[in-house]
Write a protein that binds this ligand. Structure first.
Ligand code: DGL
Length: 248
């Protein structure tokens, strides 16, 4: 165990990372969270690797202005494309959400022949990072599906109904029902009920829950403290604050 963690930075491409913040504040782990959403440039999931690395390193410069102990990269796309660069260049701890997601699968799913479906942005799927790490753990039946339309859907405040039903059918009509489904994007836990309707007894893996388990196993925290959150966005920060009020 290393030193006590009090202050965290949470980085996402936009507002979706609030799904991870929700899990973090429910656990009362941090004294302060600095949230930075790159709302001016979301989505990241359609961009190429070099662009995502550049954006991530710019975000890192922003976080260097704060006295944080750890940077949590809530964005799966950044975790897929830029986590090594962030770790190399940051003066504080950096964790992404993909390794915790894979560990969450390991903790819940003992049968290595289980059918696992990885959903994420185009970039996350293209990186093959979940697939690689899960294969290394011995999981054999891995499918991937890029489901990027859920991102603007959630940004538009659509969480259920005919639009979401149609997109679910469009993406998943030919997919064999998985035993486990990774919601590998910050926006997807916000439509967890819709996933649940489509895949009834499938085990759903949520980045927020996965990161909480991962952090608790590796770092020391104060017990039960209330979290002060400061919100920053590269565009329209008042919208981010409104969404936070609604979701958290
Ligand atoms: N935050 C991104 C992720 O978790 C989703 C939205 C985007 O494409 O930027 O992959």
């Amino acid at each position: 165990m290393s030193k006590k963690i009090l202050k965290a930075g949470v980085f996402d491409s936009g507002v979706g990372g609030l799904s991870v913040v929700k899990s973090l504040i429910e656990q009362k782990l941090f004294q302060q969270i600095i949230y930075y959403g790159d709302t001016a440039r979301v989505p990241y999931g359609t961009k190429d690797k070099n662009t995502v690395i550049r954006y991530a390193l710019e975000a890192l410069e922003f976080f260097k202005n704060f006295d944080i102990d750890i940077l949590i990269t809530a964005c799966n796309t950044v975790s897929a494309y830029a986590i090594e660069e962030l770790k190399e260049q940051a003066p504080f701890e950096v964790v992404g959400v993909i390794e915790p997601g894979v560990i969450a699968v390991e903790n819940r799913v003992k049968d290595k022949n289980s059918n696992i479906l990885i959903t994420g942005t185009k970039a996350t799927v293209k990186s093959g990072k979940y697939k690689k790490l899960l294969s290394e753990k011995g999981y054999k039946n891995l499918q991937q599906k890029a489901t990027g339309l859920f991102v603007p859907m959630v940004e538009e405040d659509i969480f259920s109904g005919s639009v979401s039903d149609a997109i679910m059918r469009y993406y998943f009509k030919d997919i064999k029902k998985p035993d486990v489904l990774i919601m590998g994007c910050t926006h997807f836990p916000l439509i967890e009920n819709e996933y649940r309707k489509f895949f009834k007894d499938t085990v759903l893996i949520h980045s927020g829950e996965a990161i909480v388990e991962y952090l608790k196993d590796r770092y020391e925290f104060e017990d039960n403290i209330d979290t002060d959150i400061k919100y920053f966005a590269t565009e329209n920060p008042s919208h981010l604050k409104e969404v936070a009020k609604k979701w958290l």
